[in-house]
Design a protein. Structure first.
Length: 65
C-alpha cells in the first residue's frame, strides 16, 4: 500500500470521527467535491469498498489514534 498524503491523513482522521464531506470541506477550507475526490483516493489506497471500511483498515494498520 502506498503512503497517504498529509491531506489524505487529515481527511481520514475527520472521517473517523464521523464528519460528512461538507463538514470536512468546511473544516479544511476546501470544496466538498475536493473532499469527495480525496475520499475516493483514500478508499482505493486502502482497498476499501466504503469509507467506513477505509477507516477500519486505517485503525487496524495503526494510522489512526
Amino acid at each position: 500500500m502506498r503512503d497517504l498524503t498529509l491531506r489524505q491523513k487529515q481527511i481520514l482522521g475527520l472521517l473517523a470521527i464521523g464528519m460528512t464531506n461538507r463538514g470536512i470541506g468546511d473544516q479544511l477550507g476546501i470544496s466538498e467535491n475536493t473532499v469527495r475526490t480525496h475520499v475516493e483516493r483514500i478508499r482505493r489506497i486502502m482497498k476499501a469498498s466504503t469509507r467506513g471500511e477505509a477507516v477500519a483498515r486505517a485503525r487496524e494498520l495503526g494510522l489512526l489514534d
